[in-house]
Design a protein around this ligand. Structure first.
Ligand code: 13P
Length: 278
């Protein structure tokens, strides 16, 4: 009996929060994003095919992040096919220029048409040893040079199971945003256990986590936090996109696998475009 009263109260509080945040979001001018992270996939010919086939929408900001070698061709294909699509890099160096073999600078990304760049993706944290200090240097350089960073944060399965998720997320946020006083950035919550596994986080869990992320952003940046789009990433596809788009604190998605197929990616764009028109 005690248990059911407790869960009744919890649900009531949650519904009230979701309702209130929903109303707030209607008044907010946060941008909705659907972003493709191609990772190390695609070729020149599949890139051409992708931009020919994709039907973007003016109701959401669509950003495609190809591998470095495909950035300039992608820029040309976007112009050739007249698509309202923005371009982003998957990584950037923190220095302006210099002896950093294999790296790209913010100015190089801008030169080939990028307006955005993904920073601190969990795959880079895992395989390239990126830590919060390095992420912070990259974010600073990116904002200084007028690109918009898409800062990725997320807990591993072990951290989730040991109830450390919130601690991990707040540490990553505080680290990434050290000495930063700008809302010209995007946060992507990508639970590591949901990436490429087909085990997406439920929309309810993501909503709760995004609300938590926004509360941490408020502590760091004050009222500016309300202007920052927080995206969900991890096994998003055409079938589950609508659940995320219905949540007040989920301002779009960062899509890996499903962004390689123009039809699937279009399906996701359409879901969020409809959400914007409601
Ligand atoms: P998937 O959509 O393939 O799970 O990848 C998510 C991701 O890592 C996007 O950055």
């Amino acid at each position: 009996m005690e248990q059911s009263i407790e869960s009744f109260i919890k649900n009531l509080v949650r519904d009230t929060i979701v309702h209130t945040l929903g109303e707030l979001q209607i008044q907010s001018d946060r941008q909705t994003y659907v972003i493709a992270n191609w990772k190390m996939n695609n070729t020149l010919s599949t890139t051409a095919e992708f931009f020919q086939k994709i039907n973007s929408s003016k109701d959401v900001s669509v950003v495609v992040c190809p591998p470095t070698q495909l950035l300039y061709p992608a820029h040309l294909f976007i112009k050739q096919f007249g698509k309202p699509i923005h371009l982003g890099g998957q990584n950037v160096h923190w220095a302006e220029k210099g002896a950093y073999t294999g790296e790209s600078s913010t100015n190089m990304l801008k030169d080939v048409g990028c307006e955005y760049v993904i920073i601190g993706h969990s795959e880079r944290r895992q395989f390239a040893g990126e830590d919060d200090d390095l992420v912070n240097l990259k974010v600073k350089q990116t904002i200084k040079d007028g690109l918009i960073p898409i800062i990725c944060i997320g807990e591993t399965l072990g951290q989730k199971n040991s109830m450390q998720a919130e601690h991990v997320l707040s540490t990553q946020l505080v680290g990434a945003l050290k000495e930063i006083d700008s809302s010209n950035l995007i946060i992507a919550y990508e639970p590591v256990w949901a990436i490429g596994t087909g085990q997406s986080a439920t929309a309810e869990l993501s909503q709760q986590t995004h609300a938590y992320i926004r509360s941490v952003l408020k502590q760091i940046l004050g009222e500016k936090a309300d202007q920052i789009s927080i995206l969900y990433g991890g096994s998003v596809n055409e079938s589950n996109a609508a659940e995320y788009s219905a949540m007040p604190d989920i301002d779009g998605v960062l899509v890996g696998g499903a962004s390689l197929n123009p039809q699937s990616f279009d399906g996701i764009i359409n879901v969020f475009a409809k959400g914007e028109q409601r």
